[in-house]
Design a protein around this ligand. Structure first.
Ligand code: 3EB
Length: 356
């Protein structure tokens, strides 16, 4: 029997373990984000029932692959709409969209990645309008060669253009009420450019968008970081039944708008955790109950240089304690001088005295 938690995450299953779960278990899965899957596991993920993305980021803290699994409640509805594969219950919709860039024409004023991004986001917004899940909670954005410059612009900035254009085209806010997100790069070790790989969660209850007083909102970054600002909030908080679900966006060693500690991975880790603590303080001001703390979060840590793993982990344990729940992945971060980015989620019951 399922407990009152309408939504669970971070089961940290390997792909193989996920696939071996009983059908009953799979019936409640809204979708999954899978990292570091082997070739055999990638073929398993072709399972058409569960929307999932496979992100080619090597896991640094274990040899197993890792899946972040989101569960729904009750009867789930699954579908395909254009390039989106989705599954939803009455409260939440999880979707994935994977778009190669090659079909898009390089001969126009928008780069192929920009067009792919705009197309992906427009498809997401159209689907959410059609199925009546108006509120975006969280986007996960994975982009090949995110720091490479092409067509005179860093690819992350091309992505930012396409994303903001889609928000504007659908009349969505690009400041204030914007979803939590992360944006990371992967390299495939070959010349083939991996497809734009996006997952998202949307709901029917308006989330709170939370900003960090130590940082300028990303949607207000000055133009030196690119012609279009990134469209995300520092965190999103949403009430789901008896619980509050918190998504802390990808967070890095940025204060104001500037990167700090360019060549010091320990200092970047400490600064990043100070940012997450500042976000949590804002969250607790606005939550039903101020119970969110560093130990209640499940972390995903994106690491630029694999050799930095132990330094980063030691600093995190120092900040969070020995019960640290974290998965470490090799990734490129969207500014060349950032050595890591950390995202986190937590689910808290807001009524005291709750049993399971
Ligand atoms: C930052 O704070 C680091 O473009 O969606 C973090 C989270 C970052 C989300 C995004 C980018 C994004 O600017 C980078």
């Amino acid at each position: 029997m399922r407990d009152k938690v309408s939504l669970l995450h971070g089961e940290n299953l390997s792909v193989a373990a996920l696939m071996m779960q009983p059908a009953q278990w799979k019936d409640s899965v809204l979708g999954a984000l899978c990292f570091s899957a082997s070739a055999v596991e990638r073929s398993m993920l072709a399972d058409p029932e569960i929307p999932c993305i496979s992100v080619p980021m090597p896991r640094l803290d274990a040899t197993d692959s890792n899946c972040e699994v989101w569960h729904g409640n009750g009867t789930l509805t699954e579908g395909q709409c254009g390039d989106i594969h989705y599954r939803h219950d009455d409260e939440l919709l999880f979707g994935v969209i994977v778009l190669p860039e090659t079909p898009f024409d390089a001969g126009v004023d928008k780069t192929p990645l920009q067009q792919a991004t705009e197309s992906a986001y427009r498809q997401v917004f159209a689907l959410l309008d059609a199925l009546h899940f108006p509120y975006l909670l969280r986007f996960w954005n994975y982009i090949a060669d995110i720091n490479t410059i092409s067509f005179g612009l860093e690819r992350y900035q091309q992505f930012n253009r396409g994303r903001q254009d889609a928000f504007l085209a659908h009349g969505r806010d690009v400041v204030g009420n914007v979803p939590a997100a992360c944006a990371l790069g992967f390299s495939q070790g070959s010349s083939a450019q991996g497809p734009l790989t996006i997952a998202f969660l949307a709901g029917r209850v308006v989330p709170l968008s939370i900003e960090n007083p130590r940082q300028i909102s990303a949607y207000q970054y000055p133009p030196q970081y690119g012609p279009r600002s990134p469209t995300f909030s520092r965190a999103a908080l949403v009430r789901m039944g008896q619980n509050e679900v918190l998504f802390v966006s990808g967070t890095a060693s940025i204060v104001g708008h500037a990167t700090l500690h360019a060549n010091d991975v320990v200092a970047q880790t400490r600064e990043t955790m100070a940012n997450i603590e500042a976000v949590l303080a804002e969250v607790n001001r606005q939550a039903m109950q101020p119970g969110f703390d560093l130990a209640s979060l499940s972390y995903k840590v994106y690491v630029r240089n694999p050799a930095d793993l132990e330094l980063i982990r030691a600093e995190l344990v120092r900040c969070v304690g020995n019960e640290l729940k974290a998965v470490f992945l090799r990734a490129d971060v969207c500014r060349e001088d950032l050595l890591l980015e950390i995202e986190a989620t937590a689910i808290l019951a807001f009524m005291s005295g709750q049993g399971g």
